[in-house]
Design a protein around this ligand. Sequence first.
Ligand SMILES: [Zn+2]
Length: 135
Amino acid sequence: MPNRIRERRIMMPPLMDGYKPFGIAKCEPGWVTLYFEEFEAIRLVDYERLHQEEAAEMMNISRPTFTRLLDKARRKLARAFVEGKGILIKGGTYVTEHFWYKCHNCNETMITMKPASQCRECDSENIIQLSRDRK
Ligand SMILES: [Zn+2]
């Protein structure tokens, strides 16, 4: 029986769906998928410069689990960077404090306290929920 993966708490959705390299021979670069919680690990330690203990606490996971998560995230970024692959930021095992939405019309990312049905920027109903429903 595999261990159930504990959900990691994340505070901020990424502003974009991903990255694509330019100036490479292949038109379709191939993709590396970075999970939301891996993005969060990079954000907390490499961007916000938190210590791993603090970051682990913020994500509600143990320090060793955080270290493995960060290592995996860095290796994915390194692979994309060296091999000229694009990066898709999506999916994962995580929980959020608020509701997150992404508008497919204008690309606005929204964080709301209550469920939303349309984009606050362009009023489009073509939005998808990025956050998970709490159980
Ligand atoms: Zn919109």
